[in-house]
Design a protein around this ligand. Structure first.
Ligand SMILES: *Cc1c(COP(=O)(O)O)cnc(C)c1O
Length: 856
């Protein structure tokens, strides 16, 4: 029977327990153990049954139990303290408030747009790393008091839930998530739901707004599953990363264009200031820039002026080093959607995403390219990924050195309170106040005061808890696969060296590398004295049969009676599986094809729980690897073929495990303690800890991207400033053909002594431009055999009064500061006080050998 209507029965809490509802509504409980303890105490069995979901727990708890607690003085005291703690947490001054007092130019508010948010397993609106990162970003912003507002979509089915069939093939399930049962509240104004409208595929689409409270940070969701919409419009927010290219485009229009409208509505209703900075977390939300341009144009600006204003406050973060991972649409698809996005001219819209560079496809609209053109501030997510991104997008700035491509990097981090095992966290929790060793309330040197024995038994306990969770999941999995589960009660062993490997089934992550030599792996697993056990998890995208094939291979391997219970695959990798998994591992394995892992964050979460990393030098590990924290698997980049490369890298992997990892783990002292291993645990937490925290990441975003963006944006706010900048850019673009370097001279002897001063001169024809419109630069650096300059250093030549037929003379007296084989050239680039970067216009005129004058 189908219900003709649904309605919500809300739990009525006794008056003295009302603060529980407040605590349940703010997702801060998900990283606050004390609040979790309060919920668990209501009914520990129900707490497990509801998979730690306070809202479900409160709606199902028995009347009698609640009445008993309502008269329990100790419980009420605990509740009162937790409620007071939350209230302090959301209202008191934190790091950002101090930052703003030193940097009044810092943003008033930041809109953070992402297609997925992984805040908690009770709000399953994420697929993997990108979403978990966005969740950790919001939580840490909350901890630091950064005024950020998350903007995303509320998917009716979230991402899929994974199970396996008898043959080990991934099965996808899409349970319906009723917003009324999620920790979100409908945004209302005067009691009425607030909605936004936009046009998608030539008809109006309405979205309802929901707000989740992530500590101090609101997270705004749009949901098109409303009565006012037709079936097609309702299905726009049906699921994450499903469906056709049209479906995806519709979602991205909703996220970007709708997201700005949702933000406006939210700020109006709640009386908050509108954001001055807009952060586009990966390209999916890129259309937010078009909506912002539309807003400015509607209030009278022309396209170029509106573009300048929009660019100035936009931050774009790219997350993939793989061209195939970038979101692209057909031009005609985008033209169909934005053809009537008045007053924006469609040719200008298409130009923003055009791949009009060498190797680009003229028929495609590229979301990352648009993100870069609409965002003055851009970054990759690790140092290596920043470098790879500069190479990948250099086509947009062909006349500049790759090091000058305006894409920086902020290495990802993870939210400590969400990912460190509660008992370990308790040891690390410091009294607040920043001293030498205390970072955001954590003292990572606190373990110095904990003896080896205590630390090692805690690790064994964490392994044990992980194994309990794993066995429960294995029993369920056996049932759904129609297999006997008798063996599960002996699966995994809390005393055995445990390697974890969990990640999306994307091919570059090479899930199956470890079974390149199955017999060799079996030997490791079955070693009678020094065995290894491996816990694996991961979902493949529903359309990725290759990824599903990898999972099946691993599952079939794990089904082999010879290794069963020693290598296990746990289905349905999500936050609730991940949280106990990382602390239960001694080694976290990551073997991507370098450099395809932009950052990777699971290894950071494992490290914060004292696990050593065993990884290819990719993403964050390339940056912070140290033998004290684990092992580096060498990349066989010179291999003759991809197969050969896999074979060689697998060989190294086995060798490291056999020669280094296993002996180190099982080397015990007289008390049975692996002192060398424990030292590695301590050094990992103490040394890596402060770097890999998401608070470090958010601080970096605030100082390196958000504050400069707010500054750029505010510089363009005054009347005419943006219009003048836009007009200047246009004038410079038009006049650039007239710029030429006529002659370059220097008094460089050969060889040059380090520290010697030399005069550089350049005669430059400026056409209709003024000397103040340009910067004439000596670009020097190391030269290779082809005379290409690398590691460029830039010096500006000053204009002189000398003007003749050959142009205007620019000159400077420069010191040769470094020795070696150095080359130089001279170039002219546009110059304006409001340019954020010399490469911004992509214009540069570089001297050719033909114009070099006589070097004396
Ligand atoms: C941390 C995390 C990820 C991302 O891990 P990577 O190392 O970036 O692959 C994916 N899924 C879940 C559930 C996570 O917690």
């Amino acid at each position: 029977m189908r219900a003709i209507r649904r309605f919500i029965v809300q739990p009525v809490l006794p008056e003295s327990l009302k603060p529980l509802a407040v605590l349940a509504r703010n997702l801060r409980w998900s990283w606050h153990q004390d609040t979790q303890d309060l919920f668990e105490a209501i009914d520990p069995v129900l707490w497990e049954e509801t998979s730690h979901d306070p809202q479900k727990l409160l709606s199902r708890a028995s009347r009698e139990r609640l009445d008993t607690l309502a008269g329990d003085r100790r419980y009420l005291r605990h509740l009162e303290l937790a409620a007071a703690d939350l209230s302090d947490y959301v209202s008191g001054d934190r790091w950002y408030q101090g930052f703003v007092s030193r940097h009044p130019e810092a943003p008033k508010a930041i809109g953070y747009f992402s297609a997925e948010f992984g805040v908690s397993s009770v709000l399953p609106q994420y697929s993997g790393g990108l979403g978990v990162l966005a969740g950790d970003h919001l939580k840490s912003a909350s901890d630091l008091g950064v005024p950020i507002i998350g903007v995303g979509l509320l998917y009716t089915h979230g991402y899929f839930r994974q199970s396996l069939n008898a043959a080990g093939w991934q099965q996808e399930h899409y349970p319906v998530l009723d917003p009324n049962e999620l920790p979100v509240e409908m945004l209302r104004e005067d009691g009425e739901p607030v909605t936004i409208t936009l046009t998608i595929n030539h008809r109006p689409v309405v979205a309802q707004l929901w707000v989740a409270q992530v500590g101090r940070v609101p997270l705004l969701f749009m949901d098109t599953n409303v009565d006012a919409n037709d079936e097609a419009a309702r299905s726009i927010t049906d699921r994450l990363y499903g469906g056709s290219a049209d479906h995806r485009l519709a979602q991205e229009i909703l996220l970007g264009v709708g997201g700005v409208r949702a933000l406006r509505a939210f700020c109006r209703v709640t009386g908050r200031p509108d954001p001055d900075v807009y952060h586009c977390n990966e390209g999916h939300a890129g259309f937010l820039g078009l909506e912002r341009i539309r807003e400015y144009m509607t209030s009278g600006d022309d396209f170029d002026t509106a573009w300048e204003k929009t660019r100035a406050g936009n931050v774009f973060t790219t997350h993939t080093p793989v061209p195939a991972g970038i979101d692209r649409f057909g031009n005609e698809q985008v033209a169909n959607e934005f053809g009537d996005f008045t007053p924006l001219p469609i040719d200008r819209v298409l130009a923003l995403g055009a791949e009009d560079y060498e190797g680009g496809d003229p028929s495609r609209f590229n979301m990352a390219v648009m993100g870069l053109r609409l965002g003055e501030h851009a970054n990759g997510v690790s140092r290596l990924h920043g470098k790879v991104s500069r190479e990948m997008f250099q086509g947009l700035w062909p006349d500049f050195d790759v090091s000058e491509v305006p894409i920086g990097s902020v290495t990802n981090g993870v939210h400590a309170q969400s990912w460190i095992h509660p008992d370990l966290l308790e040891l690390l929790q410091a009294q607040t106040g920043d001293s030498e060793t205390v970072v955001d309330g954590l003292d990572l040197t606190a373990l110095d005061r904990v003896d080896d024995n205590t630390l090692w038994s805690l690790k064994r306990q964490m392994r044990g808890e992980m194994i309990k969770m794993a066995r429960e999941r294995l029993v369920r999995s056996c049932k759904s696969r129609g297999m006997s589960s008798e063996w599960v009660s002996n699966a995994l062993n809390p005393h055995v060296l445990t390697i974890g490997f969990a990640r999306r089934g994307a091919s570059y992550k090479r899930l199956t590398l470890m079974i390149q030599q199955p017999e060799r792996l079996k030997k490791l697993l079955n070693d009678p004295e020094h065995p290894v056990q491996i816990v694996i998890a991961g979902k493949a995208h529903p359309a990725d049969d290759i990824g599903k094939g990898f999972i099946q291979q691993m599952v079939q391997f794990s089904d082999d009676p010879e290794v069963r219970g020693k290598l296990v695959f746990l289905p349905d990798y999500d936050i609730s599986l991940a949280r106990p998994l990382y602390p239960g591992c001694d080694v976290w394995l990551n073997n991507p094809l370098r450099p395809q892992e932009a950052c990777g964050t699971s290894g950071m979460k494992a490290a914060l729980n004292g696990a050593a990393n065993l990884s290819i030098l990719d993403g964050w590990w390339d940056e912070w690897y140290d033998p004290a924290y684990g092992w580096a698997i060498p990349s066989a980049t010179n291999a003759a073929s991809p197969e050969e490369r896999d074979r060689m890298e697998a060989e190294s992997l086995y060798q490291i495990i056999e020669r280094d990892v296993v002996p180190k783990f099982y080397a015990r002292d007289a008390n049975g303690l692996p002192t060398g291993w424990i030292t590695m645990m301590r050094e990992t937490m103490e040394g890596l800890g402060p770097k890999i925290l998401a608070t470090r990441m958010v601080r970096d975003y605030v100082t390196d991207l958000y504050t400069p963006a707010a500054q750029s944006a505010s510089a363009l706010l005054d009347n005419d400033v943006a219009a003048n900048l836009a007009a200047w850019k246009q004038r410079v673009r038009q006049a650039w053909d007239g710029v030429a370097i006529d002659r370059v001279e220097s008094d460089l002897p050969n060889p040059v002594a380090v520290g010697s001063r030399n005069v550089f001169s350049a005669w430059v024809k400026l056409g209709s431009l003024e000397p103040t419109d340009v910067s004439v630069q000596v670009v020097s650096g190391d030269v290779d055999a082809d005379d290409q300059i690398h590691n460029v250093r830039i010096f500006e030549l000053a204009p002189t009064d000398q003007v003749d037929q050959q142009g205007q003379l620019f000159r400077a007296n420069l010191v040769s500061a470094i020795s070696g084989s150095i080359g130089y050239t001279v170039r002219v680039v546009p110059k304006h006080p409001l340019l954020h970067d010399a490469a911004e216009l992509g214009l540069a005129t570089v001297a050719t050998a033909a114009v070099a004058g006589q070097d004396r």
